[in-house]
Design a protein around this ligand. Structure first.
Ligand SMILES: C[S@@+](CC[C@H](N)C(=O)[O-])C[C@H]1O[C@@H](n2cnc3c(N)ncnc32)[C@H](O)[C@@H]1O
Length: 288
């Protein structure tokens, strides 16, 4: 192998070599040029929402399917188990079926969970993986015990990948349930609940594996609240290693604002603020 300028061995790209794999994905890096749709940069311009199959995009607050697709292909292997502790309309679990990963989702709202089950069941499932949505509060230890049971039914004691896409505090009210993170009465209460979920995520995840946090910021009383960075810090304090702060373009996928673009622009110019055009897809690793 060649040496680079700091004396480290340089990988010989494109040559057959026993080291062209990692332990956490199915990527064959001797064919790395074939993965040109896999993002490796921190600016995520994903374009329009993928609306194929049962991905509909009518649930206010669901993420675009390209997010779990990117994360699953880079950080999981076929047949592994993915847990999403805020599964909503099941976007992650639909992608799990498309890509041959087992999926366990937790969703607080029974009606949303039921609708998501119907959508997930319509997704193609060529590898006949198992996907299950549990109704429960992800801050509650008893819910996590049920996730462990579901893992045990799949023959495992840990998840191979974790997704967290919590409410961005109160910007979208998801339900009237006081356990819903979108009903946390103030930011401290939101942080406390989020911390409980992160600690559960850490306990469920296999050491050495990856967690994706999808989150945006918010405005309160004319002040930009960096909810994303606050939640990132909670993950780091729980022992996760930060691997990426990816900035995802949300233009075209925002609700309500599209038609009022000029009005928001006018307000921003007048009042001295900037209109949100991004959210974050942060990636963390649980240390070995
Ligand atoms: C931003 S959405 C997730 C959307 C999901 N990624 C999708 O694509 O459909 C957040 C979800 O978390 C749920 N939720 C809020 N508090 C919860 C809690 N304590 N436990 C479990 N789910 C909760 C809400 O009902 C909502 O469906």
């Amino acid at each position: 192998m060649e040496q680079n300028e700091v004396g480290k061995a340089k990988p010989s790209l494109g040559q057959p070599h026993h080291d062209h794999r990692n332990t956490f994905s199915d990527l064959d890096l001797s064919r790395w040029k074939e993965y040109d749709d896999l993002l490796t940069g921190s600016l995520w311009l994903l374009g329009a929402r993928d609306k194929t199959g049962p991905h509909i995009g009518d649930y206010w607050g669901n993420f675009v399917p390209q997010i779990p697709n990117q994360i699953l292909r880079r950080f999981t292997r076929r047949g592994e188990i993915v847990v999403d502790l805020f599964s909503g309309m099941g976007t992650t679990l639909i992608e799990c079926r498309h890509l041959g990963r087992h999926g366990i989702g937790v969703e607080l709202s029974p009606s949303v969970a039921e609708q998501s089950r119907q959508r997930i069941a319509q997704a193609e499932n060529p590898d006949a993986v198992t996907t299950e949505v549990l109704v429960g509060d992800s801050t509650a230890p008893e819910t996590i015990a049920r996730v462990r049971e579901a893992l045990a039914n799949l023959g495992s004691d840990a998840a191979d990948c974790l997704f967290l896409h919590p409410p961005y505090h109160d910007i979208i009210p998801f339900s009237d349930d006081p356990r819903d993170l979108s009903n946390a009465p103030d930011r401290q209460a939101f942080h406390d609940k989020f911390r409980q979920v992160v600690e559960h995520a850490r306990d469920l995840l296999r050491p050495g594996r990856f967690m994706a946090l999808v989150i945006g910021d918010k405005y309160t009383r004319a002040e930009w609240i960096p909810l994303g960075f606050e939640c990132m810090q909670i993950c780091r304090e729980a022992g996760f290693q930060l691997k990426a702060i990816n900035v995802k373009d949300i233009q075209g996928n925002e609700r309500g604002k599209g038609k009022n673009e000029n009005l928001w622009r006018y307000r921003a110019l007048k009042a001295g603020f900037y209109v949100f055009k991004h959210e974050y897809v942060m990636v963390f690793r649980k240390p070995l």
